[in-house]
Ligand binder design. Structure first.
Ligand SMILES: Cc1cc2nc3c(=O)[nH]c(=O)nc-3n(C[C@H](O)[C@H](O)[C@H](O)COP(=O)(O)OP(=O)(O)OC[C@H]3O[C@@H](n4cnc5c(N)ncnc54)[C@H](O)[C@@H]3O)c2cc1C
Ligand SMILES: NC(=O)c1ccc[n+]([C@@H]2O[C@H](COP(=O)([O-])OP(=O)(O)OC[C@H]3O[C@@H](n4cnc5c(N)ncnc54)[C@H](O)[C@@H]3O)[C@@H](O)[C@H]2O)c1
Length: 443
């Protein structure tokens, strides 16, 4: 008779869980997953998948307009149809994932999970025991601490809008702020994007960020810089957004000021597990100070970008550990990331700022892609790619601004991660003409 009900119980069913939990169960481990909301968590339901479906027509509209009359039509987006298409495409995911998990042998529990002992989680009061517990509870939207904050909305509510508001104030210059400003503008909303200082998308190459912001402005987005939000106040059907120097009256407010960790009501205090709104503190094995309790995905307090592929990498790392296949510390690879604006900005590996701060170690090579014949296929005007090499001439980092930046950086990622030699690069026979061929030819 086993000592515990399960080998591993996961709290949360997002990418921080299922990418590792399914193969772990398929290897014969006894696995349970607890979910309080939709199976699959943020990414499929309210994050990446939902967002990229809504973005499809936005990118199409941008290309159509950039084609300068070659493709005719006004490219007007029917938001209600766009939302219905998105919803139809993602509605099937939770059941499909649930089915996949159950088929691999996972027992699903629905309810709120709270850790009540080193090996015990209560699901709405019912105790379940496991040799190891994984907390993968993700993040939720941060809400500004100002009077009237409840009048603000989050990204989930934006993606559920039946109609695009005539005017929208978006607060915050992070991924969500600029991506959703791009979408709302393309769908016909008059957008004011409020930044509390001059900068947006910190962590990305700032000259490229400035180009994205300038492009948004050229399409009618008002960027309001260096303003603190003071309050939101209902005025009839509208909301007054009071900033340090001005007041904007709007139909809808998106509070995109970041996301905070779901660490409440988990029992962390009783077990003295260190945590903050940034997440739960772990060691190099993703383990908390209680050795049987691990953490995966966005809810880890970490330096790495809080993205789906990062969560997937962590859950797969834990799968190998729980399967007894590896006891090594986690070794994060180069993580590629992209801002889905039009144009996009993508990057991976050593950043330009890091390279410029250490010129003895790195060589920075800037490539203007606007004269590149292949980029004329996408009517690119401002495409640029910055490559960073070490002194052995191996690629260690790259960032691009273009309509196809995510594909370009994905194509370069293996060269960054594995440090290909010129001889190895010669053996990569890519499809031509294509983005991967074009990007790799710059090495
Ligand atoms: C608008 C938006 C767009 C995004 N776009 C991208 C993108 O383009 N590319 C990208 O890589 N990343 C993107 N992300 C980030 C990506 O969604 C996350 O990195 C990813 O979902 C993290 O997975 P996770 O499993 O750690 O957390 P989540 O997916 O958030 O899953 C956590 C789960 O835990 C459940 N839960 C929480 N507490 C409990 C509890 N006590 N008991 C039971 N269940 C609980 C929640 O209901 C949730 O289902 C986006 C995020 C947002 C919000
Ligand atoms: N393309 C993608 O991969 C993608 C897209 C969307 C979200 N995400 C993920 O979702 C998470 C959250 O994204 P996000 O954009 O909400 O957060 P973020 O942390 O990227 O950006 C928050 C922004 O709000 C600003 N801000 C904070 N307080 C403010 C205030 N009082 N007034 C004005 N501005 C303020 C910050 O300066 C920052 O620019 C991130 O983990 C991100 O990785 C990823």
């Amino acid at each position: 008779m086993p000592e515990f009900d399960y080998d591993v119980v996961y709290i949360g069913s997002g990418h921080g869980t299922f990418d590792g939990a399914m193969p772990l169960a398929a290897k014969g481990k006894r696995v349970a997953v607890i979910e309080a909301d939709k199976v699959g968590g943020t990414c499929p339901n309210w994050g990446c998948n939902a967002k990229i479906l809504l973005d499809g027509p936005v990118a199409l509209q941008h290309t159509l307009r950039a084609s300068d009359g070659i493709v005719s039509g006004d490219g007007k987006i029917d938001w209600a149809k766009n939302k219905a298409h998105k919803q139809a495409a993602i509605d099937v995911i939770p059941d499909a994932l649930k089915g996949g998990m159950e088929a691999s042998g996972i027992k699903m529990y629905f309810g709120h999970g709270t850790i009540i002992g080193e090996h015990t989680v209560a699901v709405d009061g019912e105790p379940i025991t496991a040799e190891n517990i994984v907390i993968a509870t993700g993040l939720r939207p941060h809400q500004l601490d100002v009077p009237g904050t409840e009048l603000g909305h989050d990204s989930k509510e934006f993606m559920a809008l039946d109609e695009m508001p005539k005017h929208m104030v978006i607060i915050g210059g992070g991924y969500i702020g600029v991506e959703f400003a791009t979408m709302a503008n393309a769908a016909g909303s008059d957008v004011s994007l409020v930044l509390h200082d001059g900068e947006a998308l910190r962590g990305f190459h700032q000259p490229y960020v400035k180009e994205v912001l300038a492009d948004l402005e050229s399409r009618g987005v008002t960027i309001v810089r260096n303003q603190e939000v003071k309050s939101f106040e209902q005025q009839g059907h509208q909301v007054e957004v009071a900033l340090s120097d001005e007041t904007i009256t709007t139909d809808w407010v998106l509070d995109a000021t970041g996301r905070v960790a779901n660490v409440e009501n988990l029992g962390l205090e009783d077990l003295e597990i260190e945590h903050s709104p940034k997440g739960i503190v772990v060691n190099e094995y993703l383990q908390t100070t209680v050795p049987s309790i691990y953490v995966s995905g966005d809810v880890i307090d970490k330096e790495q970008p809080k993205l789906t592929p990062t969560a997937q990498f962590e859950s797969q790392y834990l799968m190998h550990r729980f399967a007894g296949e590896s006891d090594a510390a986690i070794d994060y690879p180069a993580i590629a990331t992209n801002v889905f604006t039009t144009p996009r900005i993508a990057q991976a590996g050593v950043t330009v700022a890091e390279a410029q701060a250490d010129p003895d170690k790195y060589i920075v090579q800037e490539n203007d892609l606007s004269g590149d014949w292949y980029r004329a296929v996408d009517y690119e005007k401002n495409a640029k790619l910055t490559l960073i090499f070490n002194k052995d001439k191996q690629l260690v980092g790259a960032t691009e601004i273009s309509e196809r930046a995510e594909d370009s950086i994905n194509a370069l990622l293996p060269a960054i991660e594995f440090g290909y030699t010129p001889a190895q690069l010669e053996r990569l026979v890519y499809i031509f003409p294509a983005i991967a061929f074009d990007s790799i030819s710059k090495l």
